[in-house]
Ligand binder design. Structure first.
Ligand SMILES: NC(=O)c1ccc[n+]([C@@H]2O[C@H](COP(=O)([O-])OP(=O)(O)OC[C@H]3O[C@@H](n4cnc5c(N)ncnc54)[C@H](O)[C@@H]3O)[C@@H](O)[C@H]2O)c1
Length: 277
């Protein structure tokens, strides 16, 4: 062997690196923001909401000795996205990684989903992800430093579940998953890695809204369906994102990490029976 074995712990460090997280005002985006800060990275959050929902955001900088900034941005608006990115870059100075977590979902029978609902989902989940990734990539290419991009796909990009009426959302996450593969191949020569995580049902405002649209029985059946028999939390996701952003994953690109409690391969009974309407 002509190389030395390295310690593993330092590979996970994100110190002195700069990241952008969209949708970081709350939920998975905020959990990822906090995790990056804990690992020493600076983070600019871009989110449509006027301010972070989680008050802990304002304490992250002092707590972890990192730089944070919050930029109100609508990822569906070209000017807004460009201006938000420029502001993030001005403060951070360079970009090492990106986690576009802004996303929406609706749970409604396929035949009732409207043009407006479909379009809004694609605009945020797919087009917003596409163009913030393009901005970050252009900057990484300019820097010549490489980088790591972690897109948020979903179990909905892989499987259809009975009683899970999210056709427009499934289509959007299928788009995100394929986007990551296309970019991983195109950008690999520049040492820009592109990977995804595919969460299952995560406890968040998004699933709360979807849960509100379902009967309690349906909701409970669904959350208990994974072989590990629980709803996941944001804490189940952050380690995977840190790993993919870090040097520990330096040869990993075009990978998807399913974090579903096993639901992507089967259910606890091997069968779920839901009301279909
Ligand atoms: N919750 C789940 O079960 C689950 C499962 C798989 C994947 N995901 C994905 O994880 C990501 C985060 O979801 P979450 O569960 O944390 O939801 P969430 O609703 O808690 O957070 C979404 C964030 O995106 C922001 N956002 C929405 N529209 C925006 C826009 N136009 N511009 C900028 N920001 C906008 C919201 O303000 C919010 O802060 C989404 O991409 C979602 O599809 C969620």
């Amino acid at each position: 062997m002509s190389y030395q074995l390295e310690d593993v712990r330092p590979m996970f460090e994100l110190r002195k690196r700069n990241y952008i997280v969209t949708g970081g005002a709350q939920g998975i985006g905020f959990a990822v923001t906090r995790a990056i800060c804990e690992m020493g990275g600076n983070v600019a959050v871009m989110d449509i909401q006027a301010q972070p929902v989680d008050p802990e955001f304002n304490r992250l900088s002092e707590k972890f000795g990192v730089k944070t900034l919050y930029i109100q941005t609508d990822v569906t608006k070209e000017q807004d996205l460009n201006a938000g990115f420029a502001k993030a870059l001005e403060t951070l100075g360079s970009i090492d990684g990106l986690v576009p977590a802004a996303g929406i979902a609706i749970d409604k029978p396929f035949i009732e989903q409207t043009w407006e609902e479909f379009t809004r989902i694609q605009e945020i989940n797919v087009r917003g992800t596409f163009f913030i990734t393009q901005l970050a990539t252009k900057q990484m290419l300019k820097q010549g430093t490489g980088g790591s991009i972690v897109l948020i796909a979903s179990q909905s990009a892989h499987i259809g579940l009975p009683g899970y009426r999210m056709a427009a959302y499934n289509a959007s996450k299928g788009g995100v998953l394929m986007l990551s593969k296309a970019l991983a191949v195109e950008l690999a020569p520049h040492n820009i890695r592109v990977n995804t995580i595919s969460p299952g049902f995560v406890d968040s405002e998004m699933t709360k809204k979807v849960r509100d649209m379902k009967s309690q029985r349906e909701g409970e059946q669904m959350w208990m369906a994974p072989p590990m028999q629980r709803l996941s939390t944001q804490n189940d996701l952050t380690g995977a994102v840190v790993y993919l952003l870090s040097d520990a994953a330096r040869f990993t690109t075009a990978a998807d990490i399913p974090i579903t409690g096993g639901l992507h391969v089967g259910t606890i009974d091997g069968l779920i029976s839901y009301e279909t309407k």
